[in-house]
Design a protein around this ligand. Structure first.
Ligand code: FAD
Length: 649
């Protein structure tokens, strides 16, 4: 239990083996209009008194108001009848598009190089900073309960670079001290174990059963807990006798399905076939087992085993590979998430609001007045003062609710001294000028706003399909139903949300996590919006549409129904026990990571699309985690650093 609980483990429900509800709906458009008018009247660009986005519930993540303008730009409607541009007269040394971690880190590195007096403006289309690193706050019974709306933890499959590590240290985060803050044994001490929920639509009956599948513990793919749980699982699981035999064979058998082939030859086969195909066509297991394992890679890739290579499944220690006796070195074309690294494994830190704490520390460094306090722990409960983010007297400014619609050089990009950046906010189109611009926003957006870029680069940028995800936080009155059912973490392969978990118990900086089952807690529910059977990028595109077009009412109904079905036998009543819901909708979620099943170049080597996409152009440099096709915070930092070095040149 001293080991980290990875995103994969946590969201898969294998983590921590260790009256009417007042639920708010989507923010009504008239509220936004009123807020915008208010801001204009006060001439305060972005904030009204009491403006505090972390406390908003309802539909968050890519919330209403954050995406509509950019969608209009993308479908051509915006420039059909554009509002007249207003020149703010502002000019900066650097304008950064995107206030996610990469944008914040770029501001930090630029100011380090150019000095604190350098004038820097970050333009961000959401109502909060941090991008995916999103803080959700709830209030109940006089206390604040935190949840992570996006980025879960400091964790990466590969070791943090010296640059990324140095930033984490500079922010004061002592990663090795994590064990002091987490109550690793809390759930285990109460007898709570990971479980699988079999649903009646997929498996014929609703049933909660011991989860015997663990990853990363030993070669067999079974943790001690898992070995212990396998017998229970085989007894209880609503699977046919053949499926149970197949499953046991996968977990414990040692048949070589490719006799006579070398390890490299076996990997060369595995890299081109999906794990689902490997299970049915090579290992010959029943479809029921495919259904059982289908959603296992959701937390990492946002797709199921139909779109994950068998070689990657081997790297993730999924069952079925014991008998192949593969050489442990990574095979060609393996996804970086699937390559185990001991050093990386140990570098882990989860804050109660996920990486939002890290974003807040970075904002404190950039604009100290915006976040009171002076330590990496007191920041957890510090209340951000959003009015301080964009003060005219400050050299460093962060302007929220501002969608950049155009970035162009003033003159020939090769010789221009300035860039003009146009952004839409409060129903107005405004412009600022800058000596340099870093595009730290999603790469799919860049071809629309930086039209001067070469066509080949725009194509490469456009190929960075984001992975659509839902990270829902549900504040419940208590977790006694979890206790009665003996679980803290549920994997539900056939349900709307495939991972349902009690919050990770971390107490830090005066924040006390919930430790008693009769106290309120945040339940985290995760969904990957995918369409099995299609190529990964196509699944992501369809999933994105699905997430944007689903109403809060539907999300809410799915949450309530699922919790009722899974936890009802433990006494859970959604009408009585759900206090608040925050749906974090991320249609533009993880950076797309290359996949040997669909990206030939990843197998063959050579320049990757992200390398083409991130080339500097005139006074523009390009950051974001898309710039290295790697869905991790350290990537956002590394790419910010690179972009700033390019500007320095
Ligand atoms: C749900 C989820 C969970 C994750 N969990 C982890 C984890 O546990 N550990 C980890 O290391 N990584 C995790 N990641 C990945 C990690 O969060 C990202 O790699 C990192 O935060 C990306 O930062 P970024 O600045 O590159 O992008 P983003 O955070 O996406 O920031 C880019 C910003 O640009 C803005 N933008 C886009 N277009 C415009 C425009 N036209 N004008 C103005 N602004 C614009 C976007 O709205 C966004 O806020 C997770 C990601 C997601 C989605």
């Amino acid at each position: 239990m001293s080991a980290r609980i990875t995103r994969r483990d946590f969201l898969n429900g294998v983590a921590l083996t260790v009256g009417a509800a007042a639920v708010h709906g989507i923010v009504p458009p008239e509220m936004w209009a009123a807020a915008a008018a208010d801001l204009e009247a006060q001439n305060v660009p972005g904030y009204v008194p009491g403006y505090y986005p972390p406390a908003k519930t309802g539909l968050r993540g890519d919330h209403a108001g954050s995406f509509e303008t950019m969608h209009k730009v993308a479908d051509g409607a915006f420039w059909g009848n554009p509002p007249k541009a207003v020149d703010t007269g502002e000019s900066y040394d650097l304008v950064i598009v995107g206030g996610g971690f990469s944008g914040l880190a770029a501001a930090h590195y630029f100011r380090k190089a150019a000095g604190d007096k350098a004038r820097v403006l970050i333009l961000e289309n959401h109502d909060d900073f941090g991008g995916h690193a999103k803080r959700n706050e709830f209030r109940t019974g006089g206390r604040t309960i935190l949840g992570f709306g996006g980025t879960y933890s400091i964790e990466s499959p590969a070791p943090y670079s010296a640059v990324a590590k140095a930033l984490i240290e500079e922010l004061g985060i002592d990663v090795p001290s994590y064990h002091k803050y987490v109550s690793n044994d809390l759930y285990r001490s109460l007898g709570l174990k990971p479980r699988i929920f079999f649903d009646r639509e997929t498996f014929g009956t609703d049933k909660l059963v011991a989860n015997p599948v663990h990853t990363g513990e030993d070669e067999s793919g079974l943790s001690d807990e898992g070995k212990w749980g396998l017998q229970d699982f085989l007894k209880e699981a609503p699977l046919s006798a053949k499926a149970k035999q197949d499953f046991q064979r996968l977990l414990t058998g040692d048949k070589d399905y490719f006799p006579g082939l070398s390890s490299d030859e076996k990997k060369a086969r595995l890299v081109r076939m999906s794990y689902a195909k490997y299970l049915t066509d090579t290992a010959g297991v029943s479809d029921e087992i495919v259904k059982l394992l289908q959603a296992f890679p959701h937390p990492l890739f946002g797709v199921g085993i139909d779109a994950v290579a068998a070689q990657d499944a081997w790297g993730l220690q999924l069952p079925g590979f014991n008998g192949l006796k593969l050489d442990p070195t990574p095979g060609q074309g393996m996804n970086r998430d699937c390559i185990h690294n001991d050093e990386a494994e140990k570098y882990f830190f989860h804050h109660p609001d996920g990486a939002a704490t890290i974003a807040r520390l970075l904002v404190r460094k950039l604009i100290p007045a915006a976040l009171p306090g002076n330590s990496a722990t007191d920041v957890v409960l510090a209340k951000a003062d959003y009015a301080k983010l964009d003060e005219p007297s400050s050299a460093m400014r962060i302007r929220l609710n501002s969608t950049v619609v155009k970035v162009n050089h003033r003159g020939d990009p090769a010789a221009a001294k300035e860039v003009e950046v146009s952004y839409f906010t409060g129903n107005k189109l405004k412009t600022v000028r800058a000596s340099n611009c870093i595009l730290a926003c999603w790469h799919v957006v860049i071809p629309y706003i930086a039209q001067e870029l070469p066509e080949a680069q725009k194509r490469a940028l456009a190929s960075a399909q984001k992975v659509p995800l839902l990270y829902n936080n549900v504040l419940v009155r208590n977790w006694s139903a979890f206790q009665k059912l003996g679980t803290s973490a549920i994997y539900a392969p056939g349900m709307y949300h495939t991972g349902v978990n009690l919050d990770i118990p971390v107490s830090i900086g005066g924040y006390e996590c919930t430790k008693k089952p009769d106290e309120p807690i945040v339940v985290h529910m995760m969904k990957a919006a995918c369409q099995p059977g299609r190529p990964a990028r196509e699944q992501h595109k369809l999933g994105r549409i699905q997430l944007y077009s689903t109403t809060f009412e539907t999300y809410e109904r799915n949450i309530r129904e699922q919790l009722a079905r899974m936890l009802g036998p433990g006494g859970f009543d959604p009408a009585r026990d759900i206090l608040e819901i925050t749906v974090n909708r991320w249609p533009h979620g993880y950076a797309y990571e290359y996949n040997s099943l669909f990206d030939q170049f990843w197998l063959e080597g050579g320049e990757t699309p992200c390398q083409v996409a991130r080339k500097p152009f005139g006074r523009l440099a390009i950051a974001n985690s898309d710039a290295d096709a790697y869905a991790y915070l350290d990537c956002a930092i590394d790419q910010a650093y690179r972009a700033v070095q390019e500007l320095k040149k």
